[in-house]
Design a protein. Structure first.
Length: 192
C-alpha cells in the first residue's frame, strides 16, 4: 500500500503573518526561512498525527484488496472519493462505477467498502493493481484546521526558528517541545 499526493495543499494551516507575529518579526528578510519552516512544521504535524491538515488530492495504490474488503483511507478527514480503478494484466485501467462501492465514515478513518450485492474485482496486475483517488483534509481554508493542530505548527516554527542547529544538552539533541506533543496527542491516529 502506498499513498502519493496528486495535488498538494494550496495553502498552509498558518500564515506567514501569524508566524511573524508570534516571533515578533517585522522585517521581510526572514520570510523565505519562515515559509520553509511553516511547510516543514505542517508536514511534521501531519506525519505525527496521520492526518491531512489542508485538503489535497491523494492516490492510494494497493496490490490486492484487504482481507475483510474494507479499505481504510489514510490521512483523514476524507472529503470525497474521486475514483476507484482496477488494472488488469494487460495494464488496462477499468474505473469502478460509483454505485458499486460505499464509504463508511463512522471510524477514525473513512473506509471504502463494496456496495451490497457487489464484490471487489480482482486486479490482474501483480503490483499496484488497485488505485483509489480521493481528497482529504480539514478544508482549503486554514480556519478549518483544528486550533490545537494549527497552534502546534506555530510552536514548531518558533522552536525551529530559535534552534536553527540541533543543540546537544546532556548527551541528547533538543527534541520537539512537549507542548507540541500534548497538542497533537488527541489527534494522533494508530498506524495502519
Amino acid at each position: 500500500m502506498s499513498v502519493t499526493t496528486l495535488t498538494p495543499p494550496a495553502s498552509e494551516p498558518v500564515s506567514l503573518a501569524e508566524a511573524k507575529t508570534l516571533l515578533r518579526i517585522d522585517a521581510a528578510d526572514e520570510d523565505t526561512l519562515l515559509a520553509s519552516l511553516i511547510a516543514t512544521a505542517r508536514h511534521t504535524v501531519e506525519t505525527r498525527t496521520g492526518r491531512a491538515l489542508i485538503t489535497r488530492s491523494l492516490a492510494l495504490t494497493l496490490n490486492r484488496w484487504p482481507h475483510k474488503n474494507a479499505v481504510p483511507l489514510p490521512h483523514p478527514p476524507l472529503v470525497t472519493v474521486n475514483s476507484v480503478e482496477v488494472v488488469d494484466a494487460s495494464s488496462t485501467v477499468t474505473p469502478l462505477a460509483a454505485d458499486t462501492w460505499n464509504i463508511d465514515r463512522t471510524g477514525l478513518r473513512a473506509r471504502l467498502l463494496p456496495a451490497p450485492g457487489h464484490a471487489w474485482p480482482a486486479p490482474g496486475a501483480a503490483v499496484d493493481g488497485i488505485r483509489i483517488a480521493y481528497d482529504a483534509g480539514y478544508g482549503t481554508d486554514p480556519q478549518n484546521v483544528p486550533p490545537p493542530l494549527a497552534h502546534a505548527v506555530l510552536l514548531l516554527v518558533a522552536h525551529w526558528y530559535e534552534n536553527r542547529v540541533p543543540v546537544v544538552l546532556n548527551g541528547s539533541a533538543a527534541r520537539i517541545p512537549a507542548t507540541v506533543d500534548a497538542l497533537i496527542a488527541p489527534y494522533r491516529l494508530p498506524k495502519l
